[in-house]
Design a protein around this ligand. Structure first.
Ligand code: AR6
Length: 169
């Protein structure tokens, strides 16, 4: 496995990294899944500042502080919903990873952790999502010194096994 990439199974809200990424929705005001867990763990200061951000388009990313989280920053990105709209889902998901990594570089985040964006409520096929995530992170790392380390955090067993297989190749 590429030494700057790490695979973890567990809850992203517990990680003491410079930045965690949130799989948000365009309102940026919270929701279920990992978004709900992050807002709950970060505390009410997060939604207060999110109200001022004016939402976020699919494929884009915005950054806030981590509030009560062990992570210093939260990078909120909005993944595509699989199977609706103009169907540029693959490119939009790739953009989520690139834009999140770019925020990490600008804010000098040496460590960043990603959840499996869009693979829950948004129903993006897990294997395809993982291959896009790994490709984009590898490409970015080969061109940038910061972040130094990227963690993929899988919550469910299926995603964990998919990432294990793809990263071992
Ligand atoms: N830590 C890490 N990963 C998690 C956690 C956690 N605590 N909880 C869930 N996951 P989802 P989406 C995984 O549905 O598909 C929200 O309501 C989960 O197993 O959270 O991008 C937003 O507000 C799955 O693999 O995000 C949006 O409306 C992955 O996180 C919508 O859901 C993503 O699942 C976004 O949908």
């Amino acid at each position: 496995m590429e030494t700057r990439i790490e695979l973890i199974q567990g809850d992203i809200t517990k990680l003491k990294v410079d930045a965690i990424v949130n799989a948000a929705n365009p309102s940026l005001l919270g929701g279920g899944g990992v978004d709900g867990a992050i807002h709950k763990a970060a505390g009410p200061g997060l939604v207060e500042v999110c109200r001022l951000l004016g939402g976020c388009k699919t494929g884009e990313a915005k950054i806030t502080k981590g509030y009560k989280l062990p992570a210093q920053f939260i990078i909120h990105t909005v993944g595509p919903v699989w199977g609706v709209g103009d169907r540029h889902e693959e490119e939009l998901l790739a953009s989520c990873y690139r834009k999140s990594l770019a925020h990490a570089t600008v804010h000098d985040c040496k460590t960043i952790a990603f959840p499996n964006i869009s693979t829950g409520v948004y129903h993006f096929p897990k294997e395809l999502a993982a291959s896009i995530a790994i490709r984009e992170v590898k490409n970015y790392l080969s061109a940038n010194a910061i972040p130094e380390k990227v963690s993929f955090v899988c919550f469910d067993d299926e995603n964990f096994m998919i990432y294990q297989q793809l990263l071992d190749q």
